[in-house]
Write a protein that binds this ligand. Structure first.
Ligand code: OGA
Ligand code: NI
Length: 356
């Protein structure tokens, strides 16, 4: 590392990944994972969600698959989700074009205020965390669309229209999936639908991981779980790794989730872990880097309203199953984010667990 190079040298607008530095500065170097990484992605369930609209038996079958995936891994892929391939391609394309804009244009959105509804930044908590990550991102609220879209980038032309269309489609899908999830827990399909529909939050995280000169030493994102109920993710290249805690006799391993055109990934987030009183687990995941290509991912995080607290449903509590989590909202997560360092392994869900 050059003299004086620490995290504060690589603040947003001046980060190594935005400048395409030909080397990885020390403050980006992560300790190697102690867990093996297997390329075998055969364990990742793929669910045909068009069958949710089928007859009762068909729907029950899908819900059973979904329930198993949520219990074992907290992660699945979906096919036949009904979103047109053009909408997915267009969203990835405008995302990529946004990151190719001149710095001056992107800097209009630069902010490390985690409460801002639209912001451009780098790493995780830019320049503040101990370790930096090789990521550039634009985050914006997306629901209700008419409330936020005028704050989104006007450039590249078509960004608002194409990203907006993608956000709307993904949100409809998220409501449908949440209905299946609450049904699988015996709470009924509409248990959360009005709360998610009316005030629910949708945070679209548009991630860009530029080529990294030494992809083994740095990460795009450190191991973390999402605060959301569910996150729907679209990627243009491999790079997502999920943690399978049951593998190797319970010591766990990382599994690469390959890019397949048209497939969307679904992460169970901390708020569904709470909703299920721990039956479903939020998935720990991270992002690895590529030496040649720029990776783009669109992560759409769906949760209840800003101050609407997710709590363990009374229906799931009895003598054998006491309440295992404290209630919390999206805003509580943001407060947690300000005070903690995810790169050091701090997890929101750990702060919610009620000790026996
Ligand atoms: C995230 C995330 C994964 C990816 O934005 O929370 O985990 O593949 N992204 O970019
Ligand atoms: Ni994530």
């Amino acid at each position: 590392m050059e003299k004086g190079e620490d995290s504060s040298t690589f603040k947003m607008g001046n980060s190594a990944q935005e400048r395409s530095l030909p080397y990885v500065p020390d403050c980006y170097v992560v300790p190697p994972s102690s867990k093996p990484c297997d390329s075998n992605s055969g364990i990742v369930p793929t669910i045909d969600v068009s069958r949710l609209k089928g007859g009762d038996d068909e729907r029950r079958g899908v819900i059973q698959e979904l329930s198993l995936a949520c219990q074992h891994l907290g992660f699945f892929q979906i096919v036949n989700h009904g979103i047109n391939q053009n909408i997915l391609d267009d969203a990835l394309e405008v995302a990529n074009s946004f990151f190719e804009l001149p710095a001056k244009e992107k800097k209009k959105f630069m902010s490390n205020d985690v409460y801002a509804p639209v912001r451009y930044s780098t790493s995780l908590k830019d320049g503040l965390d101990k370790i930096q990550f090789w990521r550039i991102f634009l985050k914006h609220y997306a629901h209700p669309l008419h409330r936020w879209i005028h704050l989104w980038p006007e450039n590249p032309p078509g960004y608002r229209e194409k990203m907006g269309k993608f956000c709307e489609e993904v949100r409809k899908l998220s409501i449908e999936l949440m209905g299946a999830i609450t049904e699988s827990l015996g709470l009924g399909r509409d248990y959360l639908s009005s709360r998610m529909d009316e005030n629910g939050m949708q945070v679209m995280t548009v991630n860009c991981y530029p080529p990294c000169p030494d992809p083994e030493t740095a990460l795009g994102l450190p191991p973390h779980s999402d605060y959301s109920c569910i996150t729907l993710l679209l990627q243009n290249l491999d790079g997502l790794k999920i943690f399978d805690p049951m593998a190797h006799g319970g010591s766990g391993r990382w599994v690469g989730v390959p890019q397949v055109t048209g497939v969307l990934k679904v992460h169970i987030g901390d708020h569904v872990e709470v909703l299920s009183n721990g039956l479903y687990k939020s998935i720990v995941h991270k992002v690895t880097l590529n030496e040649e290509k720029t990776r783009i991912s669109l992560a759409s995080l769906h949760s209840l309203g800003m101050d609407d607290k997710m709590s363990v449903p009374r229906e799931l509590v009895n003598d054998e199953n006491p309440v295992r989590y404290k209630e919390s909202s999206f805003n509580d997560f943001l407060d947690f984010l300000v005070k903690n360092d995810i790169s050091q392994g701090d997890r929101f869900i750990d702060t919610l667990r009620i000790k026996d």
